[in-house]
Design a protein around this ligand. Structure first.
Ligand SMILES: Cc1cc2nc3c(=O)[nH]c(=O)nc-3n(C[C@H](O)[C@H](O)[C@H](O)COP(=O)(O)OP(=O)(O)OC[C@H]3O[C@@H](n4cnc5c(N)ncnc54)[C@H](O)[C@@H]3O)c2cc1C
Length: 375
């Protein structure tokens, strides 16, 4: 069986989930990303793994049907959310109808995994972006079981995860709502584990909470906070100064497939796409406490959105895209990726800051950007 190549495999786990012979395991490589490994002695060559691979069968890109700015009126929930808190409003609607919601949360080791909840309290761990690739585990099969029982299911994740889920399911379900996030790319779970070990001096078990997007310093200038026991933070700093966020945003440790993402631009087949509404140019919709961007990708998505009581304002795609190129564009592979992994494999995260400093733009470039921002 030929599943896709290592550089394009997104690790969506559709092949692992569909294999009835358990011949495929998802195995971590030296960069910390999961890839399928086939046990030839168990494989019966049924071809299902090839059939469900979203890289071997990509969908057509398309523009959204409608575009909205939206804000969750519950200030507490909006504060706990990365953008305008729209994930929670959609999820609560599904739960009110007796449904089940799937999302990404931290496990006990502060790794990121997918899970599901049937209660509103259970939504709290899913709230807030975790900028690490999540392991979907057995959730594709779990979602299928709920769908077959006729339960409403909302499955949320990155575009590649939604593309994988849809191919795994293999048919349309009227009771399924898929919601993906606009995705810059997913950083390595291995680098994340090492980062946590380094900031806690190997005492990961003492962490009490991890928040990538603390808004006390503003939605646009958010902070990263990793709390320890008795409220003592291991990390509490603006995202621009945070080592892990720099590695993420400067594209040092993203999954290789993120540079050729097969699922952006509506190709995931999701019903709705949610994101930060960067550049929302309307004071009524920007109080620097978080505004969501909603891209409606399907009629089912529009119907659900119209049924939810979400305060929203219709805008246009071009304005949203200018400020959020990740909607369509892949991050460009930079020249520091190979030196990063070489140095990381020799010396871990020690002295990585010096490599990061080399990516700082020159004074001329910074001055140019500053002058442009004044226009
Ligand atoms: C890796 C990653 C990269 C992103 N890149 C961009 C970007 O470039 N531009 C942009 O505008 N927005 C990006 N986002 C989306 C943004 O950060 C918010 O998640 C989104 O706007 C939803 O915000 P919210 O306030 O509605 O809900 P929140 O409560 O903040 O969002 C929670 C939702 O995010 C999902 N989620 C959280 N972490 C993960 C994860 N690791 N893997 C899969 N799903 C996850 C949860 O399942 C849930 O559906 C990214 C998110 C992630 C996880």
């Amino acid at each position: 069986m030929k599943i896709t190549s290592l550089t394009s495999c997104t690790g969506c786990s559709a092949c692992y989930s569909v294999c009835v012979k358990s011949a495929i395991t998802m195995t971590e490589n030296s960069e910390g990303f999961l890839y399928p490994r086939i046990d030839a002695s168990k494989c019966i060559e049924c071809g299902k793994c090839e059939k469900v691979c979203p890289i071997l069968h990509t969908e057509q890109a398309h523009k959204p049907l409608n575009v909205y700015a939206a804000i969750n009126p519950n200030e507490e929930i909006r504060r706990e959310s990365s953008s305008g808190g729209i994930f929670t409003m959609l999820a609560e609607f599904i739960l009110d109808k007796g449904g089940v919601v799937f999302g990404a949360r931290f496990n006990e080791q502060w790794e990121v995994v997918h899970d599901y909840t049937e209660t509103k309290d259970g939504l709290a761990p899913f709230r807030g972006s975790k900028y690490v690739q999540s392991n979907v585990g057995e959730t594709f099969q779990q979602a299928k079981a709920f769908l077959s029982q006729g339960r409403k299911v909302m499955y949320t994740g990155t575009p590649c995860q939604i593309a994988g889920l849809r191919r795994f399911l293999g048919k349309e379900y009227g009771n399924l709502l898929t919601v993906d996030v606009v995705c810059h790319g997913v950083p390595s779970p291995l680098v994340w584990r090492d980062y946590l070990r380094s900031v806690t001096s190997n005492k990961i078990e003492q962490i009490t909470s991890v928040k990538f997007r603390v808004k006390s310093t503003g939605w646009k200038n958010y902070s990263v906070k990793i709390s320890g026991q008795e409220g003592n933070p291991f990390v509490n700093e603006p995202y621009r100064q945070n080592l892990f966020m720099q590695l993420f945003l400067k594209d040092f440790c993203l999954r290789p497939s993120c540079h050729t993402c097969p699922a952006k631009s509506g190709k995931s087949g999701s019903d709705l796409t949610i994101a930060d509404y960067w550049g929302i140019n309307d004071p009524d919709w920007d109080d620097d406490r978080g505004t969501s961007l909603i891209l409606v990708q399907s009629c089912q998505g529009q119907q659900l959105l119209d049924s939810c009581d979400i305060p929203k304002k219709q805008t246009n795609y071009e304005d949203a895209f200018i400020h959020n190129p990740s909607i369509e564009k892949n991050v460009v592979k930079n020249k520091f990726i190979t030196p990063f992994w070489q140095q990381y494999h020799n010396d871990g995260l020690n002295n990585i800051q010096s490599l990061l400093n080399k990516t700082k733009p020159s004074i001329v470039k910074r001055l140019y950007r500053y002058l442009r921002s004044l226009i």
